[in-house]
Design a protein around this ligand. Structure first.
Ligand SMILES: [Ca+2]
Length: 244
C-alpha cells in the first residue's frame, strides 16, 4: 500500500469497511480487508449476510447453493426446496409464502388443508398460568395422528408410548428425530410435520403442492400478499377471519 492523499482507498467490502489507515492501494486495485492487501476487483471476496467468502467457498441456503467465483456468486438450485409454515409459541405464525402474523386463541385452528390431509393445532392451557403448549393433529382421511405437550403419541386412538409409528403401507411414518422433535412424514403427499412436543411446529411441504393448500399456512403460491384470504376471496388483516 502507498500513501497518497489524492487517491481515495477503494475497498472490496463497501458495506463493512475497515477504518482508514491513511494508506491507499495502487491504481486499479482494491483493499481486501481479510488479507489486508491490495487485489484486483475479481479477486475480492464475495459477501453474504455480512460475511466474506473467497473464491471457491460455498454457502448453503435453504433452496440454493451459492459459490463464490471471481468475486461474484454463482447459484445452483437444490433439487428439493420445500415450503415451510411455522406456528411458534401461542401466537406467532409464518405462512409458506413468508407472511408473518400473530394472534392468540384456544380454539382449534386449521393450519393446512390439502386434499384429504388436514393439519390442525390448538393452544393448551397449563394450570392458571395461561397458554404453554400445543396439541397438533394430522388427519389423513379418517385416520388421526395426535401429538400434544406432555402426552404420548396417539394414532387412530391407539397410544404409542415410544413415539414411533409406521402404517402397514409405509405411507404414514411417525418418528422421533433429534433429541425431542417428533416428525410425521407423509411421503406420498410430500408433507412433513415436525413438532418439538411443546411450542414449536414446522410444516414442510413439497413444491408439487403449490396453490393446492388452504388454512392459516396460506395458499403457497409464492405471493406473500394474498395469504390472508377469506372464503369470499377478499384479503383480511385479521387472521381470525380466514376461512370463516
Ligand atoms: Ca400466497
Amino acid at each position: 500500500m502507498v500513501y497518497d492523499l489524492d487517491r481515495p482507498l477503494l475497498r472490496c467490502d463497501t458495506l463493512n469497511p475497515t477504518p482508514d489507515t491513511g494508506c491507499t492501494c495502487p491504481e486499479g486495485l482494491l483493499l481486501d480487508e481479510d488479507l489486508m492487501s491490495c487485489v484486483k476487483q475479481e479477486q475480492c471476496p464475495c459477501t453474504y449476510n455480512g460475511n466474506r467468502y473467497h473464491d471457491g467457498q460455498k454457502v448453503n441456503t435453504r433452496c440454493k447453493i451459492l459459490t463464490c467465483s471471481q468475486s461474484k456468486w454463482t447459484t445452483q438450485d437444490k433439487e428439493e426446496c420445500p415450503g415451510i409454515c411455522s406456528a411458534i409459541g401461542d401466537s406467532s405464525y409464518t405462512t409458506f409464502d413468508g407472511k408473518m402474523f400473530s394472534f392468540t386463541t384456544t380454539c382449534e385452528q386449521s393450519l393446512l388443508a390439502l386434499g384429504s390431509v388436514l393439519v390442525t393445532q390448538q393452544n393448551l392451557h397449563c394450570g392458571t398460568s395461561g397458554l404453554c403448549g400445543k396439541k397438533v393433529v394430522v388427519s389423513v382421511g379418517a385416520m388421526k395422528i395426535e401429538l400434544a405437550k406432555g402426552m404420548d403419541l396417539k394414532v387412530g386412538g391407539v397410544v404409542f408410548p415410544d413415539g414411533n409409528y409406521r402404517s402397514a403401507d409405509n405411507k404414514v411414518v411417525v418418528r422421533i428425530v433429534g433429541n425431542y422433535n417428533t416428525e410425521i412424514d407423509l411421503r406420498d403427499v410430500g408433507l412433513r410435520v415436525v413438532f418439538d412436543m411443546s411450542n414449536a411446529l414446522h410444516i414442510y411441504l413439497d413444491e408439487k403442492n403449490k396453490e393446492e393448500t388452504s388454512g392459516l399456512c396460506g395458499n403457497y403460491d409464492d405471493d406473500i400478499l394474498d395469504d390472508m384470504k377469506m372464503r369470499d376471496g377478499s384479503i383480511t388483516a385479521n387472521p381470525q377471519l380466514i376461512y370463516q
